[in-house]
Design a protein. Structure first.
Length: 487
């Protein structure tokens, strides 16, 4: 071989080596940049989370508008144009925020929703101030840390991050942060759909106030995606009597009549029911459950479900609520004086109705169960965002869209390999019912894991794990990109 040939070989080798090391350095640089971006996103998310927790958004004395305006300011500073930020609502305390990250329009928009309001919390019930953001022992404490200001913080953080990165999705991404999911007369999602459907119209909706990412003693068991939810309804049991002097008691007593009806209610179980979503849940859960539990779960996933297996599973409150309509007494009042026979006795009975069941048929069932002509059972009317009584309607389950399932499976595989995706029905109600009724398929995806048996939503010392929150920031970011990129 000639000297010139060796020179060519050595030159080619040097070029290859330089290219390799440059590529490796570039890969390291990209990895370092990715880590830096994730850390910056976590810091921003924590800051937003703290700000939201420390804005009181209860219905009694709080102000949702204050929280909505604070998030609008952050999004505006991140580069969102005024035309893409809307603050609007039925009154000054209940304004909703709608922001749009504009895409190419190749596909219809995706809507993300989260409520800003929280349930009431009394300082004397808590170890810490419920409206003070506290980090201790690996948890964030405060009213709304679980339900659902953590989810709001995830969404705002990632809408800011995507904007700053110059990300252009293949469809518009819409974020709606709303009022009165927990109570009050001005539900934000309902109001937006009635008054400004074009602001939030979408091919489908992802609701971070739904779905169950469950872990047990730190082990991630499943990522459950909500495709259905039960219907919330309150019924009043009432007994009315002429009363009298307490020195001359009689058995015909309004409180006794009511007590007897409630005792019968306590011992009654509505019939077992299974739909596409719960059947999928039971079948998938059986695969990761031990022994007899697995057999029972498989048995109730059959058509028809095995009644004996359902009875055994129903001993666990969680499975019981997935298998049937449930009704329970939640409030009680009666009498008007300590020395008088009661003229009235009332109880509120809260029901979570299985999808597809007629609420009036549930009322008739409760009337039959009470088995006392002196106890009336009436539906407690619910009012809409316009202050008018809204009729009770069934909420249809959302068919599992392949596009959403694929995006979830991809994101789970990248983030937590081996964690199964399971479809589930929520026992509690969420704002997803309004979007489903409006014809927008809706999927509850929590994005954060919560420890089995430690659900403190609506309770005292509400909390979420610090690392679970940060993991959720990254998962939500990847999921948003997965549903808005044609790749």
């Amino acid at each position: 071989m000639t000297k010139s040939f060796w020179n060519v070989v050595k030159t080619a080798a040097l070029v290859c080596a330089l290219t390799f090391f440059a590529g490796a350095a570039g890969t390291r640089g990209q990895a370092q940049s990715s880590v830096a971006n994730a850390l910056a996103a976590n810091a921003l998310a924590r800051d937003i989370f703290k700000q939201l927790i420390e804005i009181n958004t209860t219905d009694s004395v709080g102000n949702v508008t204050t929280a909505a305006e604070a998030m609008a300011t952050r999004l505006r500073e991140a580069g969102y144009a005024e035309k893409d930020l809307v603050l609007a609502g039925p009154n000054e305390r209940k304004k909703n925020l709608v922001v749009r990250l504009r895409g190419t329009g190749k596909r219809k928009p995706v809507l993300f929703i989260g409520h800003l309001d929280v349930v009431e919390a009394r300082r004397e019930d808590w170890t810490t101030d419920p409206f003070q953001f506290v980090e201790k022992d690996g948890y964030f404490y405060g009213r709304g840390t679980n339900d659902m200001k953590a989810g709001d913080a995830l969404l705002v953080t990632n809408f800011i991050r995507l904007k700053k990165e110059g990300y252009v999705p293949d469809r518009d991404l819409i974020l709606a942060l709303t009022a009165d999911e927990e109570g009050g007369n001005y539900n934000g999602v309902e109001w937006l759909l009635k008054e400004h459907r074009d602001w939030v119209d979408a091919e489908y909706c992802i609701n971070l106030d739904g779905g169950e990412f469950i872990k047990d003693n730190g082990k991630r068991l499943m990522a459950a995606m909500q495709g259905s939810e039960k219907v919330y309804a309150d019924f009043q049991f009432e007994s009315v009597n002429s009363g009298g002097h307490s020195s001359e008691p009689v058995r015909d007593n309004a409180i006794y009549h009511l007590a007897g009806a409630l005792e019968l209610l306590r011992d009654y179980d509505f019939p077992v029911k299974v739909n596409e979503i719960t059947r999928n849940f039971f079948a998938q859960t059986a695969e990761i459950s031990p022994g007899d539990s697995a057999a029972d779960l498989k048995a109730v996933a059959q058509e028809p479900p095995d009644e004996a297996a359902a009875a055994r599973l129903s001993r666990a409150p969680y499975y019981n609520t997935l298998l049937r309509t449930t009704c329970v007494a939640t409030m009680l009042s009666g009498g008007h004086a300590p020395n008088a026979l009661p003229q009235t006795a009332r109880a509120n009975v809260n029901c979570r109705i299985f999808p597809g069941e007629n609420p009036e048929e549930v009322r008739k069932t409760l009337e039959r169960v009470a088995a006392d002509p002196k106890v009336s059972v009436t539906l407690v009317p619910q009012t809409g965002s316009d202050g008018k009584v809204t009729p009770m309607v069934t909420v249809p389950p959302s068919a599992l869209l392949p596009e959403v399932v694929k995006a979830m499976e991809k994101t789970l595989k990248e983030t937590w390999p081996g964690v199964p995706l399971v479809a589930t029905m929520s026992a509690g109600a969420s704002d997803g019912k309004f979007t489903r009724i409006a014809g927008i398929p809706t999927f509850g995806i929590a994005c954060m894991f919560f420890e089995l048996g430690d659900n403190r939503a609506h309770g005292k010392d509400e909390r979420t794990g610090v690392q679970d929150f940060y993991d959720g920031v990254g998962f939500n970011y990847k999921l948003i990109r997965a549903v808005s990129s044609a790749k």
